[in-house]
Design a binder for this molecule. Sequence first.
Ligand SMILES: [Zn+2]
Length: 419
Amino acid sequence: MTAAKQTVMANGVGYRWPLRPVVVVCIDGGDPAYLRQSLADGAVPNIARFMKDGFSTIADGTMPSFTCPNNMSIITGTPASRHGISGNYYLDTATGQPVVMTGPELLRGDTIIAKFAQAGARVVSITAKDKLRKQLGKNLDISQGHISFSSELAGRCTLTENGIENVLEFVGMAQPDMYSMELSLFVLEAGIKLLEKNRPDLLYLSLTDWVQHKYAPHEPEARRFYRELDDRFGRLAALDATVALTADHGMSDKSNADGEPNVIWLQDILDSKFGKGDTKVICPITDAFVAHHGALGGFVRVWCRGQATPQQIIEVIRGIDGVDSVMDKATACREFDLPPDREGDVAVIARVDVCIGASAADHDLSGLKGHRLRTHGGVSEAKVPFIVNRPLNDAYKVKAGLSTLKSYQIFDFAINGTL
Ligand SMILES: [Zn+2]
């Protein structure tokens, strides 16, 4: 443990110096249903022990229930209205072009790990997909011994860029495939190795939801994944670490009885009503990895680009079967704590069993290959596990009892809330 013992401030929250290494794991797509299934199977003894001896609840994730907004909420300890990352894409109204939101320059405020690093702690951030790495590593000075890499590009790590090299040899695993559970397990194995060898003060380990997009909680592959995760969580805890588990979002089946996805092609509907080019639908789930969800999620934004007003658009969308709620920008920002400058004119949230796309012609669903569509983005996927392996102190017991926790409080609880 490093010598410094001061309180570290990040975005207005004070964090005490960790008593022991703190490991926060984001189980990407870790819907509470997977945990319930695995607990019922008796397949996750370590998680079961954490829940019994430590603290466990179901928390509210950040809306929209996508990967980037939630990872940034967790790593900054703030809602999206503060950190600004409200999706993977937003529309630049000046150019009319969608802008990818994964750059560190778009992240507002500080990450908790960067503030600790600046105070003299040693920190580690490992993600499955490289798209998250740069934002999680914002203002992290790698030259000072900190480590930040992705298992996706583990084989290409350099000391200059990542603070570590020869990662495959170090971890003792082959380069995992982009579409495999090993991409997540690699993150955890690397965390275990670093904890054994370097004993950093803070570790953030962010997995990928390939398994949950593909398999329902009862399917053997999902159950195996949770057994594998549980084994790693147990090994992290055995290294005398505080281990805290949460998820970025849940996951819902959004197919019909025939196995076909229940999709609302919103851009097509709005084009036929208002004319092509009058509105622009942005699916903020979109990323380069569309194979397992076809870029379909439960939340989209509509920008007015012509004559139609938000109210007229809302009237049309309100009548569509499968829409759970539709609201204007001000309401969406108020209800979900979102940054207004990156919000659409209209926000649309699908029912639990439905997803929303833009134009049918623009979405490639061939990647589903006979699998039912499982995806996320709406309120129905915004409930996530919140588990800490150690008992809470009295102050945090009170705090936990006051209201439903937010998943972005996980660092606060893991660092400040444990005995
Ligand atoms: Zn995710």
